[in-house]
Design a protein around this ligand. Structure first.
Ligand code: GLA
Length: 430
């Protein structure tokens, strides 16, 4: 394993020395389902955690506009070197701090002979990219077939997420469950009287019953069959967005939960999740843009928090190399922690602005800053309890064009990986 690590690092060093990042790999194209998911995400592809849409914050005095180092200090060697020499990979390097997770698609889990070793060397937590979302778990045919009995209690099945569950169980990894209640990737039929896409929407009481039964079924399934496997649950995803929200910022547009249950749908989800979750399942609210909407999130979650229904905030962390890590992102982390929540980075990826050596070096430095600062906060006593990277390699990412992940399309570790590993070749940056 260690030998493999050294080979990987050597390959990366050669790359840094001259060949630059590969423009693309020989990886088979992502399957159609993946493409469909990317299309479905539509405009959301453009929103990042305070990413490229956000106003520029001016020039960072540690990096030039082209991303070249202007005054960055080289990383101080010994401790980091210890990490890279002694750790097999990310999971081991951060084992005293928190789990390191990876979001995996069905495609990757069907090709574990190709990807398994890198996964096992670096990650100890899995999030399903799609296979635990409502459109994967809900069973329309079974619900329709038994409409009388299923009217308040839609059928579910776990076939799609079984490869992830099996892989995690077999290899002693944990699962971050993503996600129970979300306006997206939840089929319209779930909200209608006859479980068809064309049917009339049901009323609040029916939808609350369906929500409760769904949450009870899903959480119950994991508790009964795989006790201890799921350590964190994204109970609600993306419920607050000023642009798409009501006058208080609760997501209203294209949100059938809001339309049927009403503005308190996210609160109700936490009531049911707490009722059915086991003690070892931490309950999370998960969202993008947390740097900019921390106050909005805290305000709306206050009641659930006071009632002990929620444990943590999942900061999706879809970032770009423009983002300030230490002096912006980490301030939001502290703010959530100070308000009584634990914090996990749940969907980390950091996009580059251009395909150049300097851009990929800056990306490496930002990954370094991200991991280093999260670790430092955890060591200071802030309840930072995990980092999950949203995808395994650049070619399989939902942000393919921004090459935002740790490995390139051929699974060569990038500067991004070296940065996350605290390799001394990647200097510190803000
Ligand atoms: C959001 C969701 C994720 C995923 C990404 C895009 O961040 O929380 O599940 O769908 O969008 O891939």
């Amino acid at each position: 394993m260690r030998k493999r690590m050294l080979v990987l690092l050597l390959a990366a060093a050669i790359c840094m020395g001259g060949c630059g990042q590969r423009p693309g790999g020989t990886e088979p194209a992502v399957n159609m389902e993946e493409d469909e998911e990317q299309k479905d995400s539509g405009a959301e592809q453009n929103r990042k955690e305070d990413g490229s849409d956000a106003a520029s914050e001016g020039t960072d005095n540690t990096e030039g506009e082209d991303g070249n180092i202007v005054s960055g200090e080289p990383a101080s060697g010994a401790e980091e070197e210890k990490g890279i020499v002694q750790a097999k990979g990310l999971a081991e390097l951060y084992q005293e701090n928190f789990p390191i997770g990876i979001a995996l698609s069905g495609y990757i889990l069907q090709n574990t002979e190709q990807y398994g070793q890198v996964i096992l060397e670096n990650f100890n937590s899995i999030t399903c990219e799609n296979e635990m979302k409502p459109d994967s778990l809900l069973d329309q045919a079974a619900s329709q077939a038994n409409l009388e009995d299923a009217y308040l209690h839609a059928a579910v099945h776990f076939d799609n997420c079984m490869p992830a569950v099996k892989f995690a169980s077999e290899h002693g990894m944990k699962i971050r469950f993503h996600t129970l209640v979300w306006h997206s990737q939840t089929p319209k039929w779930f909200f209608t009287e006859d479980y068809t896409d064309e049917g009339r929407l049901v009323d609040r009481d029916v939808m609350l019953a369906r929500m409760e039964n769904y949450i009870a079924d899903v959480l119950g399934y994991f508790q009964e069959n795989y006790p201890g496997l799921v350590y964190a649950v994204d109970v609600v995803n993306e419920a607050f967005d000023v642009g798409d929200g009501d006058e208080t910022g609760i997501r209203m547009n294209k949100n059938l939960w809001y339309e049927t249950v009403g503005a308190d749908y996210y609160y109700q989800a936490f009531v049911f999740a707490r009722k059915y979750a086991s003690k070892d399942m931490k309950l999370f609210y998960n969202d993008y843009g947390c740097m900019d909407k921390a106050d909005l999130i805290l305000e709306h979650l206050a009641r659930a928090r006071e009632e002990g229904l929620i444990d943590g905030i999942g900061m999706q962390s879809h970032l770009s190399t423009d983002d300030k890590i230490q002096h912006k992102f980490m301030l939001a982390v502290k703010k959530f922690c100070d308000a009584g929540y634990e914090v996990q980075a749940t969907e980390l990826d950091i996009g580059v602005k251009e395909d150049s050596d300097s851009a990929f070096l800056l990306q490496g430095r930002k990954y370094r800053s991200f991991f280093k600062n999260m670790k430092a906060l955890q060591e200071e006593g802030y309840p930072v309890t995990g980092i999950t990277v949203w995808g395994l390699n650049d070619d399989l990412s939902w942000r393919r064009d921004e090459k935002c992940l740790l490995f390139d399309g051929d699974m060569n570790p990038k500067n991004a990986y070296l940065g996350a590993m605290m390799d001394p070749s990647i200097p510190d940056v803000e």
